[in-house]
Design a protein around this ligand. Structure first.
Ligand code: ADP
Ligand code: MG
Length: 562
């Protein structure tokens, strides 16, 4: 061994390790899911690089994971023949937190152990979860293509420091040795491990092998050859009726780094002009970086079952960036690059088909599982709204997915669809009325609502940051136009009765001199002074002209320098 050096973990890693041990004590088994997932990723990466450099396979192209337990030594050893790591990669990958967002998130944790521990569960916990069960972890690895002398040994007790040294390693890939904590010896049991493999890794594409075991008649245990424990065929290539819900959920966790179960999924094989398989998931919770438009998004792309890339954002529009999943194409070339994906008929057609698929999933959820859709809207509604402007082809579908607060309900929960609203429209009502304000409270208490309340006409209460922008893109829904109740002249159309009209005439006559006086006093400060039937309780209110930009929109435009 040469060049042994000891290094400190990035501060966030130490923090993460500490929190993880506290947060995962009730679910320690997920370390195995994470390590198998990494080995499977390593196999994917090797297969991909070998497309252009076949020599990387070194004559050994059956990519697998082998797991051994040693009850006496209290260790678990996971070995793979995937891509492996160079010395620098070991230092970068196993000493820092590379994934975007996570590091930022950890920096901002509150310091409240219990709360933070719950939050951390939202993230893929990755390699460091080994320390939940192990008091010491050794990693031996050699990158494909490097010489045997360029092997690396990494070792750590998970407490602030790790060491790296160069070692001889003849076989390519990574071996991880977990020295179990005295409290976690249950994991040195091979039956326990096999159960966990069935649970979490049944349908990852790579075989997970363990020694077979037989009990001899005299009660002795006989250890046989390696056998494949899992089904080891990529989940999406199997027929739907052979896949259980638990399989789908486990696969979601494998690809999404999400600790939670998905809200829903859709698995489809498309044949004909275009051939591909897609497996799309809607998560239960928004990631931290949902509102960064350049945050991580997109699907995992496979071509003819070969992994090509993560986060292929070309297959879904921006406003569906919360969806996760995989797409496996038979039409794209194996050497497809991000640049090549930027344009092209195949990608375009797949994108519009996948977009429709996802919108259908959401529509069905809204119809058949409204409680699930409520969760979905609370998490992703603000992003879905972007679709109204972004996706004209599917605007009708997106409109049906929108949910609003309204005067029909008494709370701020956004639960009213445009279809609900239209269904409750009064005889003679031909517009969809709405109001925008800084908060739901301000909207729901606006004096502009008085006349609508009196007539029993529902008004949508909009108070999200994007709402004025959204309404500037909305012209009509099912032939009904939208009308801001605080803008322009109040025109209730056929909702006004004959008495209303007479009252209006009388009002205008009687208030003429008051209006004149107010105009004089207010001068340039207002565009106009008008007598109105808008109010029933309040004496006066401010009204914006029909074409005035909303306050929030004006602030947004000013902020962006327009
Ligand atoms: P993630 O898998 O989300 O990137 P992890 O903490 O699980 O995060 O792993 C960190 C990184 O360490 C991986 O991205 C990969 O580069 C490297 N790594 C982990 N395990 C292996 C392995 N078995 N073979 C090769 N590289 C690995
Ligand atoms: Mg991982």
């Amino acid at each position: 061994a040469t060049q042994k050096e000891t290094r400190g973990f990035q501060t966030e890693v130490s923090k993460l390790l500490h929190l993880m041990i506290h947060s995962l004590y009730s679910n320690p088994e997920i370390f195995l899911r994470e390590l198998i997932s990494n080995a499977s990723d390593a196999a994917d990466k090797l297969r991909f690089e070998a497309l252009s450099q076949p020599q990387l396979l070194e004559g050994d192209s059956e990519l697998k994971i082998w797991i051994d337990v040693d009850k006496d030594a209290n260790t678990i050893t996971l070995r793979d023949n995937g891509i492996g790591m160079s010395r620098q990669e070991v230092i970068d990958n196993l000493g820092t937190i590379a994934r975007s967002g996570t590091s930022e998130f950890i920096k901002n944790l509150s310091g409240d152990q219990k709360k933070d521990a719950q939050l951390i569960g939202q993230f893929g916990v990755g390699f460091y979860s080994s320390f939940v069960v192990a008091e010491r972890v050794e990693v031996l690895t050699r990158r494909a293509g490097l010489s045997a002398a360029e092997g690396v040994k990494w070792e750590s007790g998970g407490e602030g420091e790790f060491s790296v040294e160069s070692v001889e390693k003849t076989d390519r890939g990574t071996t991880i040795i977990l020295h179990l904590r005295p409290t976690q010896t249950e994991f040195s049991d091979s039956f326990r491990l096999k159960n966990i493999i069935h649970k979490y890794a049944e349908h990852i594409a790579i075989p997970v092998c363990m020694h077979s075991e037989n009990w001899k008649e005299d009660g002795e245990r006989e250890v046989g050859d390696y056998e494949v424990v899992n089904k080891a065929s990529a989940l999406w290539t199997r027929p739907r009726n052979e896949i259980s819900d638990d399989d789908y959920k486990a696969f979601y966790q494998h690809i999404s780094h999400d600790f939670d179960e998905p809200l829903s999924w859709s698995h489809n094989k498309v044949e004909g002009n275009l051939e591909y398989t897609s497996l799309l998931y809607i998560p239960k919770r928004a990631p931290q970086d949902l509102y960064h438009r350049d945050g991580v998004r997109g699907l995992k792309l496979y071509v003819q079952r070969v992994f090509i890339m993560d986060d292929a954002e070309q297959f879904l529009p921006m406003y569906l960036r919360f969806a996760k999943g995989i797409v496996d194409s038979n039409d794209l070339p194996l050497n497809v690059s991000r640049e090549l994906l930027q344009s092209g008929k195949v990608v375009d057609s797949m994108k519009s088909a996948l977009t429709r698929r996802l919108l259908d999933m959401l529509t069905q959820m809204a119809e058949n599982k409204p409680e699930d859709y409520a969760v979905c809207w609370a998490q992703f509604g603000q992003v879905l709204k972007e679709g109204v402007a972004e996706d004209h082809a599917n605007q009708d579908k997106v409109l049906k997915l929108l949910r609003f607060a309204s005067t029909h309900t008494t709370d701020s929960i956004q639960s009213v669809s445009l279809a609900d609203y239209v269904g409750r429209m009064k005889e003679g009502q031909d517009k969809i009325y709405y109001i925008t304000a800084d908060s739901w409270t301000a909207a729901s208490q606006s004096p502009h609502l008085e006349v609508f309340r009196k007539k029993g006409v529902e008004v949508l209460l909009l108070s999200d940051r994007l709402d004025e922008w959204l309404m500037s893109h909305l012209t009509q829904f099912e032939g009904k136009s939208f009308q801001h109740v605080a803008k322009g002249d109040l025109d209730l159309g056929k909702l006004s009765s004959e008495e209303d009209k007479q009252a209006e005439e009388k009002l205008q006559q009687e208030s003429q001199s008051l209006v004149e006086r107010l105009k004089k006093v207010l001068g340039d400060k207002v565009e106009a002074v008008k007598a109105t039937q808008r109010l029933t309780d309040s004496p006066a209110c401010l009204v914006r002209s029909q074409y005035d930009l909303g306050v929030a929109l004006r602030q947004m435009l000013e902020a962006s320098g327009q």
